[in-house]
Structures are given as structure tokens and as C-alpha cells.
Write a protein that binds this ligand. Structure first.
Ligand SMILES: NC(=O)c1ccc[n+]([C@@H]2O[C@H](COP(=O)([O-])OP(=O)(O)OC[C@H]3O[C@@H](n4cnc5c(N)ncnc54)[C@H](O)[C@@H]3O)[C@@H](O)[C@H]2O)c1
Length: 450
């Protein structure tokens, strides 16, 4: 089928490349000149495992092309995806300006089309309940073209986005046009393994499904983060509890890992949006309020613990922050816990040396020369009074810890992702503070600070 993607960011590019890989003809429209230039020259503007290879393959075969011209891109399209950002505004409401802008451009382009065939507009962006219906009514007023709007919320996870897109747990389509539903079913034919995983519903249910999914996942993480307080008080191990409850088939094991708070472009924004749409509906959503409070506190508690256990004043201490991306396998730092951790550390007078495998350039734009940027984690730790690990990059688990311990001013590691091995920490002479797990506290041969 002929498909146009408006907005080639994380969601749009992955969707476009995967649809091209499954045999559709895809045109991607991107307004950011720098990103478009990269795409046109075969470069991938984001880091996402497997994406670059698929991009190269589909571009070379001509299955996917890129442009900044909406009009030419939608001319032959049967399906037009809107994949633009819907970031949070300062008051927690959703900034709809990119979606409105893209919708208007598509509408103007469609108005010039002279065909009775249906064009399906697919809203992949995460939007408040009621948005798709409004867009449908708006398009019906603005154009005589035969269009139908469907909501198709995206559930991909950065870091595994390509696999998530090619093997989705389910595909949710919201709308009211049977013809558009059939078109979407045909478009996703190779991705639907079981018929019950292609789920159709009305617009509002699809929109709320996305917010409900992310709020539920954020709640599970926050519940476990809250458990860490009890664990630390009573000497329990949150990892044992995770296994103990995750093996219950009614609960399941996913999204139960405690840490120094969740981040990313989706959970914080979607939980905040849930709070706002609840207010709009006239009630105070106590549940989502609690999720946000717990997450905010968890990031601060992590730095409080660093301050408490450091064994010297935090003012003028040097802390190495390992991991800046909001999770491993991505360069995305949006709402990453490391942003809060570095901010708190700097506010309390510490110096920060930072390292990440992919997210360093993005983080430099936020902190500039307030932070010392290090090419590798060993250099970051050298001379530091402690390491604060904020992202679970697997590479951090296999570092030369003996050497690191010898070159640190004080060998202390605060593991905000519970990803290091406590025996390895003990054997290499570290004080080790995971989250909600018993620490390793052993005699430190503290070096004299100069
Ligand atoms: N990133 C995720 O993991 C994820 C997962 C699920 C859902 N979502 C949702 O998907 C949507 C997109 O998220 P994202 O992370 O891909 O955003 P993004 O910021 O990475 O990408 C959006 C892209 O759209 C482009 N753009 C904006 N207006 C345009 C226009 N008029 N024409 C052409 N291009 C335009 C921007 O330049 C940008 O490249 C958001 O609503 C988000 O909440 C994101």
C-alpha cells in the first residue's frame, strides 16, 4: 500500500522503515532540516538498535523515500500517519501545536485531491481523549476529500522499537469507519499473528488505552520504588520481592524493577496528561498524582542517600555519574533521572563528571560546561568520591572494577538501577549502595584528599 508518514522522529521513522520492510511504499515527511539532510544521505538521526540497517535496506530498495513536501507526499497515499510530537506544556497539558500544524498541512494537501477513494489519516501521536473526533470533524468541514481518521496509539519501547514494531503484542485501532478499519487490517497484515491482537474500538477508548497503559506501567515501577523504602527499613531485598510477586501469574514479571525513578519521553508526559484530562473531566485523579509524587521523590531520595552515605560533605565532593540516557540502548535523555540527579548534585555544591554510551551529546546541550564530560566510565570514576549509576547500560556491569576502585578517591558506588553484582563490589573493595537491597558496607581504606 502507499503510505505517508508525517514526522520522522522515534515513532515515525521506526514505523515508516518497518512498514517499508514489510513491502509497503513509504514516503517520510520531516520538517527538521538537519534530520532530513541526514535521512536523505542514508544516515539515521536517532540511535535505535537495528534501525540503521533496516533504513539502509529499505532506502536502497526504494521502499522508503524522504521529503519535506507534504503536498507531494500525500498525493498518492492511501494511509497518512501523523507521528509528530505532543510534548507536555509547563502546566502539564499537552502541546497540540505540532499535531494541529501537521493536520492542517495534510488537510490543505488533501483538499486539492480529486479522488473518491478513501484516504485514512492515522494519528499515532499520543493525544488526549477527544482529539481524534475533533480532527475528524475538522477534516470533514475543511475538505471534500474522502477521509477517515483512526487513532492507532503506539506502544513501542525505545531500545527495542524495531522489534516491538515488527512483532507487536497488539495493534489498537480507534475510529468509526469500517472501511478504514479494513484498510488498517490490510496494512498490518504481516504483523498480525493472531486475529484477537488486532483490536478495534472507538476513538476515545483507543486514546485512553494509551494513557492507561503508560500510567499502569509507571504505577508498577512506582509501587516497587515505594517498596524500596520498606525494604531498606526492614532489611528486605526488593529483588527477592520482585521475583516473589512477579512469578504470580496474576501479576507477571514486567516493569517491577525498582530504581532511581522512571524517565523518558512517554511515562512522565502521559501520566501528567492523565492528571490533566482527569481534572478536565472534573475530578482529582489521586492515583496518577501519587505515581508522579513517588517518582519525583525517588530521584531526590537517591541523591539524599549519596549525601548521607558519602562520608564527607557533599559540597565540593566529586561524583561520577554513569548513565545519562533515560534507559539503556537509547540516546534519548528526555526526562531522564540523570537530569534530576545531576541538578540536585550541582545544587548541593558537588562537582559532576559524567559518562554515557549514547546520550552524552544530548546531555551536553542541557548542562554545558557545568559538568565534566568523560569519554569512558573509568576516566569518569578516577579521582571521584563516589559513582552514581543512573542508566542500566550492560557495559557498566563488566568494567575493570579493581582498577576503578584503586583510582577513585573513595570507592563508593550508588547503584540507581540495581544492575551491579554485590559480590563483585565487595571483592573489589567498594562500599556499595543499591536501591531497596542490603548494601555492602566494609572498611574503606580512604585516601587522604589533597
Ligand atoms: N518515543 C517513544 O518512545 C514513543 C512511544 C509511543 C508513543 N509516542 C508518541 O508518539 C509521538 C511522536 O513521538 P516521538 O518520540 O517520535 O517524537 P519526536 O520528537 O522524536 O519526533 C517528531 C518528529 O516530527 C517532526 N515534525 C513536527 N512537525 C512536523 C510537520 N508538520 N511535518 C513534518 N514533520 C514534523 C519533528 O521535526 C520530529 O522529527 C508523540 O505523541 C509521543 O508521545 C512516542
Amino acid at each position: 500500500m502507499d503510505v505517508t508518514i508525517i514526522g520522522c522522529g522515534y515513532v515515525g521513522l521506526v514505523t515508516g522503515v518497518c512498514l517499508a520492510h514489510t513491502g509497503h511504499t513509504v514516503r517520510g515527511v520531516e520538517k527538521d532540516a538537519k534530520k532530513l539532510k541526514m535521512l536523505l544521505s542514508g544516515e539515521c538521526p536517532i540511535f535505535e538498535p537495528g534501525l540503521h540497517d533496516l533504513l539502509r535496506e529499505t532506502q536502497q530498495s526504494g521502499q522508503i523515500t524522504f521529503t519535506d513536501n507534504v503536498k507531494s507526499a500525500v498525493k498518492d497515499a492511501e494511509v497518512v500517519y501523523l507521528c509528530v510530537g505532543t510534548p507536555p506544556k509547563a502546566d502539564g497539558t499537552v502541546d497540540m501545536s505540532f499535531l494541529e500544524g501537521a493536520g492542517k498541512e495534510v488537510c490543505d494537501a488533501l483538499a486539492e485531491l480529486n479522488t473518491e477513494f478513501l484516504t485514512t489519516i492515522v494519528v499515532k501521536s499520543t493525544v488526549p481523549a477527544g482529539t481524534n473526533r475533533k480532527l475528524h470533524n475538522f477534516l470533514k468541514q475543511q475538505t471534500k476529500a474522502n477521509v477517515a481518521v483512526v487513532s492507532n496509539p503506539e506502544f513501542l519501547k525505545e531500545g527495542t522499537a524495531v522489534a516491538d514494531c515488527l512483532r507487536p503484542d497488539r495493534i489498537v485501532i480507534g475510529g468509526e469507519s469500517p472501511e478504514a478499519f479494513r484498510m488498517m487490517r490490510r496494512l498490518y497484515d504481516t504483523l498480525v499473528e493472531q486475529e484477537e491482537n488486532f483490536i478495534t474500538m472507538n476513538w476515545e477508548s483507543a486514546e485512553l488505552t494509551k494513557y492507561a497503559a503508560n500510567s499502569m506501567l509507571a504505577a508498577r515501577i512506582s509501587f516497587m520504588n515505594e517498596m524500596t523504602i520498606l525494604c531498606e527499613h526492614y532489611g528486605a531485598d526488593v529483588e527477592d520481592i520482585r521475583k516473589g510477586i512477579g512469578s504470580d501469574s496474576r501479576i507477571g514479571p514486567a516493569f517491577l524493577r525498582a530504581g532511581c525513578g522512571y524517565g523518558g519521553s512517554c511515562f512522565p508526559k502521559d501520566v501528567a496528561a492523565m492528571e490533566h484530562i482527569s481534572k478536565h473531566a472534573g475530578y482529582d485523579n489521586l492515583f496518577v498524582n501519587a505515581i508522579q509524587t513517588v517518582n519525583k521523590n525517588q530521584k531526590k531520595r537517591f541523591v539524599d542517600k549519596i549525601q548521607e552515605k558519602l562520608g564527607r560533605p557533599i559540597k565540593d565532593a566529586t561524583i561520577a555519574v554513569w548513565g545519562l540516557a533515560f534507559k539503556a540502548d537509547t540516546d534519548d535523555i528526555r526526562e531522564s533521572s540523570a537530569i534530576d540527579v545531576i541538578t540536585y548534585l550541582l545544587e548541593r555544591g558537588a562537582s559532576v563528571k559524567a559518562h554515557d554510551y549514547k546520550g552524552m551529546d544530548n546531555m551536553k546541550q542541557l548542562f554545558g560546561d557545568k559538568v565534566e564530560w568523560c569519554a569512558d566510565p573509568v576516566t569518569a570514576a578516577a579521582g571521584a568520591d563516589a559513582v552514581a549509576l543512573c542508566t542500566d547500560w550492560p557495559q557498566y556491569t563488566t568494567l575493570p572494577f579493581r582498577k576503578i576502585s584503586a583510582t577513585m578517591n573513595m570507592p563508593i558506588i550508588f547503584d540507581g538501577r540495581n544492575c551491579l553484582n554485590r559480590d563483585v563490589m565487595r571483592e573489589n573493595g567498594f562500599q556499595y549502595y543499591p536501591i531497596g537491597r542490603p548494601p555492602v558496607e566494609q572498611h574503606l581504606r580512604l585516601k587522604q584528599r589533597v
